[in-house]
Design a protein around this ligand. Structure first.
Ligand SMILES: [Zn+2]
Length: 444
């Protein structure tokens, strides 16, 4: 049995069913689970002072392409729209291999952890030169984040009228076979699972209608989740109408891509009917505000989605289109963007934090995460509000308005991943060095 007592937290934002905010409390973590929250708790095990800290559930990232941390701020892609941006980057990504996938995943996950993230999904949809989903799972295991990798894919190359070069697409039969392999090898459906695998064709413009349908059938057979990009910008809507004769929501519905086991990234351009469809079917959304700003895609109708009771989580998206992977800043950006679109009372700091924690956990079907309550997993972020960013704040618990952008301590399944604002599980300076070496090689 391992036990840790977090002592005397200034404020705990529980995000529990009553959204309780507790003052001067202790939290007991035992064997990966929260076993007690209260005052005057004692332990014969370890203790950690949480004085001067706001404690929140670990943040949940519902959309990422970790491999892209090796292609941040690529000059040719800095100012392009989505399709042109992709065409700049595809040839660079085609030179990746297993080492690039492993190292870039560690960098991406470390950056997330330092910004308070305890659970991340990932969408890996290209597998050049022997790269495998296994490479990213190994990276997550080492760093200690809870991980929901999705086996992505692209099957329609340039010669078939698709966007990616032929060298980055695969045969659909091979894609499905590898989906089965990784689900059988890594997916853990049990409560408290550290790894869950999903199936995730890249987007309606890079795979066939048949693969979308077959992926949905396979996911239901294996009882795993489905994920893709949808309705990202105007080009995307136009493509859908020209190619499929319908809007993306209709396309998704026709092919079995709605339901509580499905979540779509972006959804910037969902219309009212599609929002209703998502709400009625329990389909989730990964909202990626910085990426949407970076690519000029627009402002997702998150206020309307939340009002309609659509499940919404946050995603930093890949580091080629953000280019940061800081999840707490992403939460702040989501709050600000909804205010730009709908007025200053459109989203509170606490609601944005709820989307970043509980909201994301619900999108990923993880009711055991994203809230601090007895029986939930011990995935916890401690934010130091005694520093310069919070000095003078009348409401230090409003961390998205005035608070640190780097976490002080972070626990995943009760294990300390960030300690005193540094990664405790891997030698991060060495990984950064390795990443920069690989980036230089890709540039040469
Ligand atoms: Zn994406």
């Amino acid at each position: 049995m391992t036990e840790l007592l977090l002592k005397n937290a200034d404020t705990v934002l529980t995000m529990d069913d009553d959204r309780r905010e507790l003052s001067a409390v202790n939290i007991r973590l035992r064997d990966g689970v929260i076993t007690e929250i209260g005052t005057d708790l004692e332990t014969s095990g370890e203790t950690l002072s949480a004085r001067g800290c706001v404690v929140t559930p670990g943040l949940v990232n519902t959309h990422h392409h970790l491999y892209q941390s090796l292609t941040r701020a690529v000059p040719g892609g800095q100012d392009a729209l989505l399709f042109g941006w992709l065409q700049t980057l595809y040839p660079i990504w085609s030179r990746f291999g297993p080492e690039e996938m492993f190292v870039s995943a560690q960098i991406g996950l470390a950056e997330l952890a330092l910004s308070g993230c305890t659970l991340s999904s990932d969408h890996l949809y290209l597998y050049p030169n022997g790269a495998r989903l296994d490479d990213t799972i190994a990276a997550a295991r080492e760093i200690g984040l809870r991980f929901h990798p999705t086996r992505g894919s692209m099957s329609i190359g340039e010669s078939d009228g698709g966007l990616p070069p032929d060298s980055l697409v695969a045969r659909e039969a091979d894609i499905l076979e590898d989906c089965i392999r990784v689900v059988d090898a890594f997916h853990d459906s049990s409560e408290g699972a550290m790894v869950r695998v999903g199936i995730a064709p890249c987007s309606p413009f890079s795979v066939s209608r048949e693969l979308m349908r077959d992926a949905a059938l396979l996911a239901r057979d294996k009882k795993v989740m489905l994920h893709t990009h949808l309705a990202e910008n105007d080009e995307d809507i136009r493509y859908s109408q020209e190619k499929f004769g319908c809007r993306p929501g209709q396309y998704a519905e026709d092919l079995g891509w709605t339901g509580p086991d499905v979540w779509h990234a972006h959804c910037v351009k969902l219309d009212d009917r599609e929002i209703r469809l998502f709400a009625d079917s329990g389909t989730g959304v990964a909202h990626c505000p910085c990426s949407n700003c970076r690519l000029g895609s627009g402002i997702a109708p998150v206020r309307a989605m939340r009002d309609a009771r659509v499940k919404v989580g946050l995603g930093v998206d890949g580091s080629a289109s953000n280019d940061a992977g800081n999840l707490v800043l992403e939460a702040r950006q989501s709050m600000l963007l909804q205010r730009v679109a709908n007025g200053a009372d459109a989203m509170s700091a606490r609601e944005a934090l709820e989307i970043a924690t509980r909201g994301g956990a619900d999108v990923l079907n993880r009711p055991d995460c994203g809230r601090l309550a007895v029986g939930k997993r011990a995935d916890i972020a401690l934010w130091d509000v005694s520093g310069v960013e919070s000095a003078g704040s009348w409401d230090p618990a409003a961390v998205l308005l005035a608070g640190p952008t780097r976490v002080k301590h972070l626990f995943v399944e009760g294990r300390q991943v960030v300690k005193d604002s540094h990664i405790a599980t891997i030698d991060l300076p060495r990984v950064i060095e390795r990443q920069n070496r690989l980036a230089r090689k890709l540039q040469s």
